[in-house]
Design a protein around this ligand. Structure first.
Ligand code: SAM
Length: 342
């Protein structure tokens, strides 16, 4: 009798020069957004002409090429991904990779403004977990930070997502003199609704109105402040992203911390980022990029595209060099988070 052989864990197909396996692709499907968050964009942004964007079919072909090369997790982001016309077509077509087992997770980062409309369909196409960005629970402050947003619409979107069975995680950027007094209430609110919440340090990406140092709040400091109100226990929970999690004993819920400034996590970086024009950024905080649109359009075969992907991964840098201080107000990179895909 032969004993069935246990198949070995799949080796990574795409490995960068530092030995990091790349299995996570974030895709910005549009640079446009229906909000103008003050730390993300300047008030008068100019956006790409629509004809420069890859079509949804082209985005599918690019994502599928990465899936064939071992990418297991796809996150659709932007700009605001749910404002791109017919975006559900892309979710629907990508869901075939979930059905085949090639893809482990198809997910989304959204500001929540359009979730009432799309939550059910997202669930239908195999999306299980989504991240909703929300920096305050105060309607006036929400309007001020997003310039254009309405809090009640986002809260209704979160309701719709939970009703559709999606697991929601809240992402909040920690902002000095803005939401410091809300961290504990926001944690209690999120945990009361069965949602994890992650806090993020503001990053020096793109020109914004004002000085980054006026926005920046180190999370090491913020976490110490939380301990006056909550008992935090380190958790081994990981979602494949950079957050480090703690469990609040009082609520039983999880709190994540993403600390690109105070504790850089580049050594475990497993991701690359694709823009809506087909540019691949191998690091959020570096300028080097690879054009995948040309090889994509050059031929119907994916050979040239695959070579371009491999060449790009072979140049993935070790990490970013973010600095925020009083002396300088120069972004680490000129592009905004909305272009690279946050
Ligand atoms: N529109 C979607 C949303 O709001 O989640 C997706 C794109 S948005 C650029 C993704 C995330 O990046 C949001 O959570 C936003 O708060 C965050 N973000 C934008 N600019 C940032 C910056 N300079 N530093 C840290 N986080 C930033």
């Amino acid at each position: 009798m032969t004993t069935p052989e246990k198949s070995p864990a799949p080796a990574f197909e795409l490995v960068d020069p530092f030995g990091r396996g790349i299995e996570y692709l974030r895709v910005s499907v549009t640079d446009r957004c229906d909000f103008r968050c003050v730390y993300c964009m300047s008030e008068h942004m100019s956006f790409l002409p629509k004809q420069d964007l890859l079509t949804l079919e082209e985005l599918d072909r690019l994502c599928s090429a990465f899936v064939r090369r071992g990418v297991r997790k796809l996150r659709i982001t932007g700009g605001e991904p749910l404002v791109r016309r017919d975006i559900m077509t892309l979710f629907r077509s990508l869901s075939r990779h979930l059905d085949s087992g090639a893809l482990q997770e198809l997910t989304l980062t959204t500001n929540g403004s359009q979730l009432q409309r799309f939550a059910r369909e997202l669930a239908e196409y195999g999306v299980k977990r989504i991240n909703v960005s929300l920096d305050t629970l105060d309607a006036e402050k929400f309007r001020a930070i997003t310039r254009w947003g309405a809090l009640d619409k986002v809260l209704a979107g979160i309701d719709a997502a939970q009703e559709a069975g999606l697991k929601v995680k809240i992402n909040a950027v920690a902002l000095k003199d803005f939401n410091e007094d809300e961290f504990v209430p926001m944690i209690r609110w999120a945990h009361g609704r069965g949602m994890d919440i992650t806090f993020i340090e503001v990053m020096p990406l793109g020109e914004v109105d004002g000085h980054r140092a006026d926005q920046y709040l180190p999370l090491s400091q913020m976490r110490a402040g939380l301990m006056d109100h909550l008992t935090l226990e380190e958790s081994s929970h990981r979602t494949g992203g950079p957050a480090r999690y703690f469990t609040a004993k009082e609520t039983g819920g999880r709190i994540g911390f993403i600390t690109p400034l105070t504790h850089n996590f580049c050594e475990s970086c497993n991701r690359v980022r694709l823009t809506c024009t087909g540019t691949l950024f191998m690091c959020l905080g570096q300028e080097d990029a690879a054009d995948l649109r040309k090889p994509l359009r050059q031929s119907e075969s994916d050979d040239a595209l695959m070579r371009a992907i491999e060449a790009a991964i072979s140049r993935k840098p070790k990490g970013h060099d973010f600095v925020i201080d009083r002396k300088t107000n120069i972004p680490a990179v000129g592009r905004h988070m909305s272009m690279t895909g946050g």
